[in-house]
Write a protein that binds this ligand. Sequence first.
Ligand SMILES: *[C@@H]1O[C@H](CO)[C@@H](O)[C@H](O)[C@H]1NC(C)=O
Ligand SMILES: *[C@@H]1O[C@H](CO)[C@@H](O)[C@H](O)[C@H]1NC(C)=O
Ligand SMILES: *[C@@H]1O[C@H](CO)[C@@H](O)[C@H](O)[C@H]1NC(C)=O
Ligand SMILES: *[C@@H]1O[C@H](CO)[C@@H](O)[C@H](O)[C@H]1NC(C)=O
Ligand SMILES: *[C@@H]1O[C@H](CO)[C@@H](O)[C@H](O)[C@H]1NC(C)=O
Ligand SMILES: *[C@@H]1O[C@H](CO)[C@@H](O)[C@H](O)[C@H]1NC(C)=O
Ligand SMILES: *[C@@H]1O[C@H](CO)[C@@H](O)[C@H](O)[C@H]1NC(C)=O
Ligand SMILES: *[C@@H]1O[C@H](CO)[C@@H](O)[C@H](O)[C@H]1NC(C)=O
Ligand SMILES: *[C@@H]1O[C@H](CO)[C@@H](O)[C@H](O)[C@H]1NC(C)=O
Length: 629
Amino acid sequence: MARYSHLVSGAALLLQLQHAHIAYAQQVYILFNGTSPRPDCTGCDIPATPTYKFSSFSFTQTETYRYASSIAPATTTMTYARPYSALSSLVPSLTTTKWGNWSPNDTAATDTADPYGQAAWSSLWAWANPTNFTTTGIYSTTVSPTPLPSSELVLPPKDYFGPTDCYNFPADFIFGVAGSAAQIEGAIAREGKGPNLMDVLARPGQANNYVTNENYYLYKQDIERLASIGVKYYSFSIAWSRILPFALPGTPVNQAGIDHYDDIINFVLSKGMIPTVTIIHFDTPLQFFAANVSAKWDDVAIGYTNGAYQNSTFEDAFVHYGKIVLTHFADRVPIWFTFNEPLLYSDNGASINTVVKSHARLAHFYKDVIKGTGKIGMKLNDNFGVPLNPKNESHVAAAYHFNSFQLDTFWNPLVLGVDYPDAFKITVPDYVPLNATDLAYMKDTCDFVAVDPYTATVVSPPPGGIEECAMNSSSPYFPYCVVQQTNNTFGWNIGYRSYSYVYITPEYLRTYINYLWNTFKKPVFVSEFGFPVFGEADKAVVEDQLFDTPRSLYYLSFMSEILKAIWEDGVNVMGVLAWSFADNWEFGDYDARFGLQVVDRTNQKRRFKKSFFDLVDFVRDRHPNYEST
Ligand SMILES: *[C@@H]1O[C@H](CO)[C@@H](O)[C@H](O)[C@H]1NC(C)=O
Ligand SMILES: *[C@@H]1O[C@H](CO)[C@@H](O)[C@H](O)[C@H]1NC(C)=O
Ligand SMILES: *[C@@H]1O[C@H](CO)[C@@H](O)[C@H](O)[C@H]1NC(C)=O
Ligand SMILES: *[C@@H]1O[C@H](CO)[C@@H](O)[C@H](O)[C@H]1NC(C)=O
Ligand SMILES: *[C@@H]1O[C@H](CO)[C@@H](O)[C@H](O)[C@H]1NC(C)=O
Ligand SMILES: *[C@@H]1O[C@H](CO)[C@@H](O)[C@H](O)[C@H]1NC(C)=O
Ligand SMILES: *[C@@H]1O[C@H](CO)[C@@H](O)[C@H](O)[C@H]1NC(C)=O
Ligand SMILES: *[C@@H]1O[C@H](CO)[C@@H](O)[C@H](O)[C@H]1NC(C)=O
Ligand SMILES: *[C@@H]1O[C@H](CO)[C@@H](O)[C@H](O)[C@H]1NC(C)=O
């Protein structure tokens, strides 16, 4: 609270800014001396001196403890489209098949004449050749869920300092938790799943994802736990290569994959929870790298990894796959994300072209053809750029450039129906131009703007300026072409720092969602946020991992600022999905622990961290309509 009073909401500054629609520039620093203001205490009648007295002493201190309230099982289920039986003709000529499991030790299957037989499927895996492949997981079949003992559901002691707000969430506010297929499923070469980028992502010395949380077999228990602690929405991603092991249109659908995700959705619903689905979360089928699998890491002009979106066969194949999952599941899933953070897996201008065009095609399919009544959008990454000195126009311009490159590149066409931003066009000169027909088709194909606002970035221009950097891909500042820092002008970190890049920056989150709402004029969805507590993986005593006060501070402060954005700033925040519901595989290690639960990797046992109770409790205390959202 005290920190906030040292800042002014930049209302006076606002008119000086070139983009007058932004309501906040919070990091205008006003230095002052003297004591911290205590506005809560004005009017309190406290005598000048205390009165001392003796009384009898006994150990009668009481502490109240509560059980978490579980989600009530479903009585009715909403539908958002007709069932697959009524939609199947929209994706004609599908055939389904079942395949077995793969291991390097297998004796070869003999159905070699069948282009999509067991032998062809096994040879996909032999070609993918996952390094140090192992199947040392515990499970090989779906585990039946067991109810949680009430002893696991006692809320932890509260932190001494906590939220003091009086706001409630709107009745339709969405609260849930998220995960992604490759990070939790395991069973990568089981029941017909084909190889994908995530199965071969780990570089030498990194951890692979062959086992992870064994959620492929433990999903019912995972969902049971979430319902028991009181989570309403469960967000998961579907692995394309589990639905279509041969990836391309015209190849058979894996019945086991359809059945698996169908059962996840039905089990979520039976628990009174609601599913949301991401169609691709980094796990591009390996076929799109067929010419050179080694090219997955290197020479990526824009993102961190080559997701093969620029492969000219990707767009039609992704749309085909997307239609399969939409026709099968849109009846029961109200919220769809097509791509997860596509910029990070984009190689060049053609990659972005594929992403925006295939998103628009799937959104039109969902709205115009299926006539789905739920919502569809895309999740973007951008740890919001704020100007180092908001009184300096070039710093403000740098912040706009940084955010525009990451957000407007997608939402200019897909929300506003306007051309790519200059920030993208000057940085990626091989971009594929969009004409008026494209833009008219793309406009309004996102029902919401979803971001993963883990933290914030302090931004200023690079030496030589933004344009010079944007034209020089060898610049150390390329492709964002700004100086990024995580401290303020006095040298203080912008917030408490985690294991890696995440700082606790709740006020910047409020600025960010104001920016999104006022720029794109769509409901804002916080589709991932989370905090990997520093040193958590190194704590030898599991109880010390469970008592994760910094993560509670992160979540409760972010949620408090979201409430202020809703009630004080008039921003429509549709909901939040916390990342992640359990510790998982973080693209090469298990150390960056974003989980709300600890996972014991020797026996796959999950335990709720303190922050999970605190976050759920915060929302349910303030949500008038939690059971029926
Ligand atoms: C506040 O303290 C700083 C640092 O000691 C000092 O330089 C400055 O003159 C003080 N300002 C006022 C208004 O007292
Ligand atoms: C393959 O066989 C070897 C030798 O029996 C064994 O050590 C290894 O674990 C097996 N690999 C798999 C993936 O089953
Ligand atoms: C594979 O195993 C070798 C030997 O244990 C190890 O050096 C290497 O880092 C491992 N690679 C991966 C990707 O796991
Ligand atoms: C692009 O994907 C197709 C599969 O649809 C594959 O045959 C081709 O080799 C891929 N191109 C590259 C450069 O990997
Ligand atoms: C495959 O890609 C790697 C990494 O980009 C590169 O070093 C190698 O030369 C490529 N091989 C071929 C045959 O193009
Ligand atoms: C604004 O920032 C730029 C880049 O950091 C700097 O060169 C310039 O002097 C600043 N202008 C003012 C008025 O402070
Ligand atoms: C616009 O571009 C698309 C390709 O993105 C092309 O198919 C279409 O013909 C173009 N329309 C006009 C009017 O140029
Ligand atoms: C591009 O940036 C690199 C690295 O800073 C520098 O060595 C090179 O001279 C720059 N090229 C141009 C054309 O400015
Ligand atoms: C902020 O951190 C950067 C390094 O990230 C450092 O170069 C700079 O001096 C720091 N700023 C201040 C005011 O301490």
